[in-house]
Design a binder for this molecule. Sequence first.
Ligand code: HEM
Length: 492
Amino acid sequence: MTTTTTPATAPTGTTTRAPGPKGVPLLGSLGPWRRNTAEFLLGLQRDHGETVRMRLGPMTVHQITGPDAVRQVLVNNHANYVRGPLYEQFSVVMGKGLLTTDGEYWRGHRRAVQPAFQKNAILDIVPNIVTATTEMLDEWEVKAAREEPVDLMTEMLKLTLITLSRSLFAYDIKPSSRILKRIVDDVVEVMFRRGSASEMMPSWLPTDRKRKITRIHQVFDKIVADVRESYARTGEGSLISLMEEAKDPVTGEPWTDQELRDELLTIYLAGHETTAVSLCWTLLSIANHPPVQEELDNEIGEVLGSGLPDTQNTDALTYTKMVVDESLRMHPPIWIFPRAAVGPDSLGGYDIEAGSSILLSPLVSHHNPRHWDNPLAFDPYRFTPQAVKERPRMAYFPFGAGPRQCIGNTMALLELRTIVTMINQRFKLSMIPGHALAYGSPVISLRPLDDVMIHLTPRTPTGPGNGTAVPAPTPAPPLTCPVTGGKAQLAD
Ligand code: HEM
């Protein structure tokens, strides 16, 4: 339960301190934050409004969820909002990459790699997506014949990793994908599980955390070496070629080995897990909403028949796009991200002091009842062109916005639409009863807490879709939004 310290609406024409929870001496609101961060932040919007001030230990933090104020932070006054201390924990593993840097260094690097992510370049990756997905679906045929369930998150992580690596680096990472899954788990632990006994040891002691950091760097050093060796041999890979040719804008020197490793590691880490999480939630949402499944089947049947997606036809899959957009609304993989205010500002009519931290949460904004009727319902029709036009643009920002908008957003959307389409052509998915859905303690991305075990029902005995689905043998458990209730819940 939170207590308001100041009125929830700012008096017109004046600026003042935003309302928020009182918290307790020294710790502020760290207790409820640690117990269940997502539920706590949703509660702040419900109880105090769109601009909320709180203390987390020594830090003053503002949660900003109103569309105008979000735009002010990310677009209109973006220069006033830098990455700040909350982003520093990413640097432990990612070093100085696009995600963690600011200013001229960031600008030079972003400019150097941007061409590989432009729409025309990204459309070229469709064949890679199709090939990698076909390989996975062929393996699924074998599993389905044996009535073997699949672990959806693990499968999606492998698929997005392989696709990213082949598409941007022309490098086949498939043989290492199992090791990398473990490494990604280590990355999350190293960056975010603070306060363990090993953290308090003297810095020269070889702790478990340091061993993990060393292992992560060793694995990525090997991948970087392999990617560079493969590029030297073949000259292929849209992103690695830009990285190899990039020059420092001031000195004119090529990127150092360290710069190249940090960026490569950033792209691998930022690019595959997010898309995999979103695929997982999208497929579950479809499986648990039969009318959505039916409409999707009809569209895919009409647009593609039994053919595969390609660069021409994916644009015509308008309902599929809306399903993906709605899934990114309900379950935005990057559900929260921070900034630090360099100078003072006013957001939502309230004072923001220089030095205070800002929290932006797509999850909380995407559940704001002021802009989303019945926000817990899964409804792709929120994303018809008309509905989008009538809503404030920044009520929805799964990829951020402004100059720091996700560099991979076009790629991610293309992957999501293509893979969802192809899976639906060949299989009907149903969740195996007894597997609860929960977010867990979502430290970076909004992953399901437990394994999501899926039963596969082939659409036809012979492969790609003729649109007639074999009914699933077990009814799927209802999927209600894990944020605030229903069968699935958030867990600590
Ligand atoms: C569904 C998938 C994805 C989601 C939801 C997502 C979300 C985001 C968000 C919200 C940000 C902005 C963070 C901030 O402003 O602090 C971001 C930045 C970034 N993303 Fe993504 N992302 C996705 C896929 C990808 C992919 C496929 C790649 C690369 C292949 C990628 C690479 C990056 C990078 C490098 C940044 C930092 C950009 C910069 O600051 O210049 N992301 N992403």
